[in-house]
Design a protein around this ligand. Sequence first.
Ligand code: G3H
Ligand code: ZN
Length: 283
Amino acid sequence: MALAPTIDLLRAARIGGYGIPAFNVIGLEHAEAIVRGAEAERAPVILQVSENAVKYHGGAIEPIAAACRALAEAASVPVALHLDHATSRALCERAVAAGFGSVMLDESALPLADNERQVADLVRWAHARGVAVEGMLGMVGGKEGMRDTAEERTDPVEAAAYVARTGVDALAVAVGTTHGMVERTARIDLGLVSALRAAVPVPLVLHGSSGVSDADLAAAVRHGMTKINLATQLNQAFTATIRACLEANPAQVDPRRYLAPARDAVEAVVRDRLRLLGGAGRG
Ligand code: G3H
Ligand code: ZN
């Protein structure tokens, strides 16, 4: 088991018709909770670290990557490591050096030709090292640090051409979600998901999944989404638990007293998502 190539998990999920969640890691507690949840559900899982999370850690990916890798290597289920929303080629290279099996180069804000050129160049470099690349076409708003842009849904014909021209192994698409939503009111265009699934030969990636109802998330998988990126749902559970602990005991000074229950709360969300998306028992 242990550290697994991301592409293996994506392909197995696509063929098996289930969703594989990629959970965003902020610190060690998140990573521990995700791996514990996956082990409890006997499910494969992807730990992903975003460029924004790397910035939070002072710009160095190596310490958090080493922690994720150590957890993956010790896990009793397959765990893959993915770099999320990188806009820096140098960061992609550092992630690969740190053992990540896949990277997302998010050039969706660039004009199409520039997006394709940058991503195709990275794909050549990454494939020579056995690493998979996720590209993005269309605009999913709401990401921290992103300029305010109108949502722009992904066109299936353009998506097929983008995959052919870049050689990406997975494609992030815009189908009605927004990053960072704390209420589950986003409406996924399931017809568009089906059309993309029919047109695009690689696994599709849903970003901003926290704003989607459970019924719609399950339907999105049934219609053809494979990698389901989840961050805010974990952070809601983590932060609400810490808030409740500190409100109950404002004099508390030992972080372990509130981080342990917060980690347990994240693990519970992870387990629930794994069951919903169909990965439970597949690891
Ligand atoms: O790349 C990460 C995600 O798209 C997470 O979005 O915070 O809305 O779940 P979320
Ligand atoms: Zn995202």
